[in-house]
Design a protein. Structure first.
Lengths: 94, 135
């Protein structure tokens, strides 16, 4: 969603990131019940989700507040490198 | 609280921070953390990630809304379209073989890595036009 907004809507990157974060809310809300109820065993670990949430709510708040002070470029490069390594691993040894 | 719970909180902090700063939506970090770090099957990791994303995106989204960073019209259109895609995608994903779904997710990770790296190469339009907004 973010690249679409930046390329076609000519939206600044920061605004595109913030907008997609809001758009993700209804998407996740409809997908979770499908993962939970579609199969015999629920494909949602609520215990794990709870503890991820405890960390991520704090992390998202801190991140959004510190947005202005974060070296955007360096952070993106590090994240891209991590995703490249994990992506290769998952594709080759799933 | 077990060590696993503490590790999940730490992983959540990391993923939430990335979602609040560079807007990668949490799942991109949540899912590999669970499949690789916690040895969870792909479907379970994806479903759990989606559940964890809801409150995370709510907090990050509301913070951005307050700071005036959100184009609400665009968010409504993308959210609406995304809901349709999410229903179809989730119905397909729960029935796919786990290893195939993991591979597909790996391709998505590679694409995301490329996209984020490209985004890091050039300075944003905003920071070129007005340096004081980028600090």
């Amino acid at each position: 969603m973010v690249p679409l907004q930046v390329l076609w809507a000519k939206m600044p990157q920061r605004q595109a990131n913030a907008t997609s974060l809001v758009a993700i809310i209804p998407i996740a809300i409809v997908a979770v019940p499908i993962y939970y109820f579609r199969k015999g065993t629920p494909q949602v670990d609520l215990h794990m989700a709870l503890f991820l949430v405890i960390g991520s709510v704090v992390g998202a708040y801190v991140g959004a507040r510190l947005l202005k002070y974060i070296p955007d470029r360096e952070l993106k490069l590090v994240v891209a490198l991590l995703l490249l390594i994990v992506g290769v691993k998952e594709t080759v040894f799933p | 609280m077990s060590w696993g719970d503490a590790a999940a909180i730490a992983a959540g902090l990391f993923a939430g921070f990335l979602s609040g700063t560079i807007g990668i939506g949490g799942g991109l970090a949540f899912v590999p953390i669970m499949t690789i770090g916690f040895r969870m099957p792909q479907q379970l990791a994806q479903g759990t990630s989606l559940a964890a994303i809801i409150p995370t995106a709510l907090v990050g989204g509301i913070t951005h809304l307050r700071q005036g960073n959100v184009r609400l019209d665009a968010a409504i259109w993308m959210g609406g379209g995304g809901v349709v895609g999410a229903v179809i995608g989730a119905l397909v994903a729960v029935d796919l073989p786990t290893s195939l779904l993991a591979r597909l997710f790996g391709v998505f990770l590679l694409f995301s890595a490329y996209r984020i790296a490209m985004g890091a190469r050039r300075p944003t339009v905003k920071s070129q036009a007005d340096p004081k907004h980028s600090v």
